[in-house]
Design a protein around this ligand. Sequence first.
Ligand code: SAH
Ligand code: SF4
Length: 358
Amino acid sequence: MHHNQRKPVLSGLPFEALAETLKPLPQFRAEQVFQWILRGVSSFQEMSNLGLSLRKDLEQRFSLYSSGIEGRAEDPDGTVKLYIRLYDGQRIEAVLLRDGRDRKTACLSTQAGCPLACVFCKTGIRGLTRNLDSGEILEQFLHLRTIEPRIANIVFMGMGEPLLNLPQLRKAVAVLTGSRGFGLSKRRITLSTSGIIAGIRQLAAAGPGVGLALSLTTADSTLRSRLMPVTLSNPLSSLKDVLYDYQQRQGRRITLEEVLLGGINTRQEDSDALAAFASGLDVVVNLIPWNPVQGMAFEGRPLREPSNREVSAYMQRLESRGLKVTRRLRKGVSIAGACGQLGPSRMGGRTVPPNISP
Ligand code: SAH
Ligand code: SF4
């Protein structure tokens, strides 16, 4: 699709599609190539169980990958952010998160930029450049595996809105979860959406049965429309209906993510509206104190982080209404690898941030 002038790329193809592409090569050869790709070899030359002339032939006809690591930044807390350059020069980011229990999670992007322009999110600033294809989504995982081979969890919480790129996301998830692919459990994959109703309907009808997180931020519909313009075309009342439907079919608890903006969405009205929105659904509320992004403002006022007191008080108010609430630990703040801090890395004319080691 994007690759007309170039050799076809093999990385994002589910096994069946790869076998088709490599025909008339026999199935077992396709299997070998597929396994090498999953292992993340960097060239056809490394595929030692293929004959030399076959390796050469493949190299002439195909590309293994289409993206490359351009730089990396590491936070003292163990978070690593990769700067990835796509074939057309676009830059995206993928993040490796490690938690206290030594659980490793890949945070992947689904679009270069994002069209939805939430006022608190850095990715929204640059708008959408384009959707990623399945190979570009999968390659982020392969790149992260070169740092940490044992990644068992995936969150689609990087740049972009996953439900605006569902066909390519589905292909990538097929490789991640396939018995012929990485065999990851669907229970360990979570997709975060700003609330695209049509997309949630498609998920409910046709999968993939991954976990769902909704970036609610506030259930006060007027305020949400001002913070997240996507609300105007995806109203909260219909959103709740499709979530209910999704839950009936998938039977999984849904996460409601609330990015907390100091002095904005931690009011009594917000907790009231949230409790009303959550009633009848099986949800856990995940509070995410806003990660600061320089220069961001809401209707003329600079955004600020919520104070600890503000977060605790809001959390208590939700709990006293019977909601299950967790508070997200901050990760990767020093390298801007935290939620919503993924964005144009070429600000101020610099191509890469200063704390990068090649
Ligand atoms: N587009 C999808 C997924 C990517 S954003 C979505 O919006 O859900 C992933 C999460 O980061 C969302 O919950 C979003 O609300 C949150 N987020 C965005 N900017 C943030 C910031 N500056 N600080 C903390 N969280 C932020
Ligand atoms: Fe897009 Fe999500 Fe950022 Fe909103 S929060 S602009 S939907 S990436």
